[in-house]
Design a protein around this ligand. Sequence first.
Ligand SMILES: [Zn+2]
Length: 237
Amino acid sequence: MRFYELRENRASGYTGDISAASKWFLPGAKCPGCGATWANAAVAYPCVDLSRHPQQAAFVVPRAEPLHEFERLRELIRPWAPEGAPLPPGTRFGPLVGNAWGRFGSFFFQNPWTLLVRREAMETLQQAGLRGLAGHQPQLSFRQKKELPDLMELQLMPYGLLHADCLRQPPAPCPRCGREGSELPEQLILKAASLPPHTDVFRLADFESVLVGTEHFKEAVQRLGMDGILFHELPLR
Ligand SMILES: [Zn+2]
């Protein structure tokens, strides 16, 4: 099986853009161990609905909290999150809320780590047998009333790691908060043994801003003539 990094195709010629933020957040954390105040910008679970969470007000305002308070809030969220899902500081939940304008292709990258897809394209890919495709509809106000696109934000689970051979230094996470702080290398090599056998699209678990699709995903997207996305093959080791 071949694996591909997913990137925005700017040459598609679409004018669509959105200005939106997730509805709920875990706060960032101030760690007494490594001294860092940090949040992960990439990890998001748009299918998680916290609207009936008794403490939902604690997850509305992005901010940083001392690590122990972050850990307390994280445990309040854990039962609502997908089983076993990593929940780093800054994890986002629920739909994107904001504004949209312009014309959209099949896929749209709000940023390199947030991927939206037209609902009919997602359903076509699911019917084609692709695994791991789940998404949630954002709450977007459109400036133009005609041709409203029916977009879904994909919920991309963190799976798979980079191979140590492409990292400048071996990962050394903070023992207290788990922060790695490694820089994303220019040449990515995937650790073959870490890759998920059960899904065709995901984000890396150690560099969550990197989105990855399988050969099945690439072939289906191209065969069905879907646009807005580029595939860059990643070597395995
Ligand atoms: Zn730390």
